[in-house]
Design a protein around this ligand. Structure first.
Ligand code: MFK
Ligand code: FAD
Length: 516
């Protein structure tokens, strides 16, 4: 008990402590919108430090009780109190409500994503089910039947946790996740059944990864055409996980899966351990066709593109969390015989600054894409902006995932041995964020997607202005850095600009080594 006692560090409000987010918001939002949302984000930042922190300490790994006392198959999925609490908090805070209420038009996306951003790192991987709920809401908004829009869409976007739904996305099967053309799940039309939600199908198959297994509905690909039609024989279905889907307000949510869906097992994962990712067996599940038959890949692309932006957000938000810890630690840890704090040491500050620069570049990059999404959804984007969104979505997802783990490792190192301790949570955040390189398309698959997007007429022209925009973003980053840092890091900033530009040209030019 005697001897030197280390001083614990204190993390500040994740929204206001580092000026990068307030500055970014001021740049992106009109003054009146900025005034309205700033206070809410500041308040929520404090809630992240208190309520969300507490809930995260109460999460634990999910479990499945497969049989009841009488040997009957029940597949009761049990999640922790902390996980359920986090879900309810995010619903109440409107992370899905804000972008679909569109109170601030195209800027609602920036506001909603900013709210999610500041919670990353203090909310386990709760961004995963909400990413898929977001994408699914968009699909239902675009192609849902009037009854879907009346009964289901308002629940996905609801701020009332007792009513709100979440959604999952089932694409991946054992023959291939990147390539869905080998999908084995089969959907057969039920001729004597009708539903206001769409044409009724019976669905049989095995879904290899289902992350939002505690959700109410899923959007899933299943085969409606012959196997030789590959991905052009797949259709998109809305599948309830628990029936009846629409219950009276006071009726409890059934804990176990119904609708002829069985949980084969929960996955034994490297990270994202709090998230209930399962293998599912569909044995005559009832589903409703969304969009047109055999056009499933096309109709699920809004889910892919929206979740990819969430993925980029999560990569960068994970850096933010680790960097906030490393920065806070630099104010309490003394070195050199106790005479100097880390924050006053040139070598240490250079390391911190390098991490901050990558963080800032990525933050501006991802929110630039978020604004393009808002503009496109609100139909105020120019043609070039629509094309740019298509191109930058896979770019930002792949680029952010690629950069994030290296920066987080540096943050861990900046705490010395304390960074390696589980209590710092840097290890958990890093492990969780490493999946961003895999799910929603691996980096290679996304570079192929960029080539596909770049092949469309006009996209390369739009990307030329993107490169010039990237320079503008880099300049904004420079101007938001403290002057002494800019001076000290001039060389690194130049490298950063080149790197940001290069990634875009690498992704858009099929002859570059990245793609060869
Ligand atoms: C924490 C935040 C993140 C939350 C994560 C949630 C948990 C994780 C959930 C998952 O991981 S879900 C599974 C995600 N799976 C993938 O992302 C699959 C990756 N593979 C691809 O993306 C492939 O590129 C794809 C399956 C889409 C290829 O399908 P196809 O049918 O072989 O491709 P094809 O024939 O080139 O494209 C079909 C059409 O779709 C074309 O349009 P046209 O018919 O008009 O020519 C394409 O241009 C179009 N398309 C493909 N990708 C598109 C797209 N359109 C817009 N956006 C895209 N991204
Ligand atoms: P493969 O497609 O077999 O890829 C293996 C390797 O081959 C990769 O390196 C890939 O880049 C490379 N590769 C593939 N195609 C090409 C090509 N054409 N050219 C060059 N290289 C190529 N899926 C869902 O549908 N719903 C979920 O909820 C879900 N949750 C997940 C949760 C977790 C924790 C994880 C890890 C995955 C989840 N997935 C989910 C699955 C995920 O989307 C897939 O793992 C991913 O799309 C890759 O598919 P795969 O695993 O079949 O790998």
């Amino acid at each position: 008990e005697q001897g030197f006692q280390p001083t614990p560090y204190t993390e500040g409000n994740p929204f206001t402590t580092d000026p990068v987010l307030p500055n970014l918001l001021k740049r992106l939002l009109p003054r009146d919108v900025h005034e309205e949302v700033y206070g809410d984000l500041e308040r929520f930042g404090l809630k992240v430090l208190t309520t969300l922190h507490d809930l995260t300490s109460k999460t634990s790994e999910p479990r499945v009780v497969q049989y009841d006392q009488w040997g009957r198959r029940i597949d009761d999925l049990q999640t922790s109190e902390g996980w359920r609490g986090l879900k309810a908090q995010m619903q109440e805070e409107g992370v899905i409500g804000i972008p679909f209420e569109r109170k601030y038009g195209e800027f609602s996306r920036v506001y909603g994503f900013m709210k999610q951003f500041i919670a990353i790192g203090d909310s386990d991987v709760i961004s995963c089910p909400f990413a898929m709920t977001d994408g699914t809401s968009r699909v239902l908004e675009l192609v849902g039947s009037p009854a879907v829009k009346r009964d289901i869409f308002p629940r996905l976007t609801s701020r009332d946790p007792s009513l709100a739904f979440t959604a999952g996305q089932w694409m991946t099967e054992r023959p291939g996740g990147s390539d869905v053309s080998q999908t084995e799940t089969i959907a057969r039309p039920v001729s004597n059944a009708s539903s206001p939600y769409g044409p009724v199908y019976r669905i049989d198959g095995f879904k290899w990864f289902s992350s939002a297994t505690d959700s109410d509905i899923a959007v899933a690909l299943a085969r409606t055409g012959p196997p030789e039609s590959g991905s052009r024989g797949l259709s998109l279905f809305l599948i309830p996980l628990r029936r009846p889907l629409i219950r009276p307000v006071d009726a409890p949510r059934p804990p176990a899966l119904t609708n002829n869906i069985k949980i084969h097992r929960l996955k034994n994962k490297f990270g994202t351990k709090i998230l209930p990712t399962a293998e599912l067996s569909l044995e005559g599940a009832e589903g409703y066709l969304l969009g047109e038959v055999n056009q499933g890949v096309k109709f699920i692309t809004p889910v892919l593109n929206i979740t990819r932006i969430h993925s980029a957000l999560t990569s960068v938000g994970s850096i933010r969390k680790c960097l906030a810890i490393a920065t806070a630690y630099s104010s309490v840890r003394a070195i050199s015989g106790g005479r100097q704090l880390l924050k006053d040491n040139v070598l240490h500050v250079a390391e911190l600054a390098r991490a901050h620069l990558t963080y800032r570049a990525l933050t501006h990059f991802v929110f630039g894409v978020v604004l393009l999404l808002g503009k496109t959804e609100c139909k105020v984007a120019t043609d070039d902006e629509v094309l740019r969104l298509r191109l930058l979505t896979p770019a930002v997802k792949a680029f952010a995932a690629d950069k994030a783990s290296g920066v987080m490792e540096e943050c861990m190192t900046m705490l010395g041995g304390q960074g390696y301790m589980e209590e710092s949570r840097i290890g958990t955040v890093l492990k969780d964020a490493m999946v961003e390189k895999i799910w929603e398309g691996t980096t290679t698959v996304l570079s192929l997607d960029m080539v596909r997007a770049a092949a469309k007429p006009g996209v390369l022209h739009a990307s030329a202005s993107t490169i010039s925009n990237m320079h503008q973003w880099a300049n904004t980053i420079v101007s938001s850095c403290p002057a002494d840092l800019v001076h000290r890091l001039a060389e690194r900033l130049a490298t950063l600009r080149i790197c940001v530009t290069e990634v875009i040209s690498a992704y858009t030019n099929p002859s570059t080594p990245l793609l060869s």
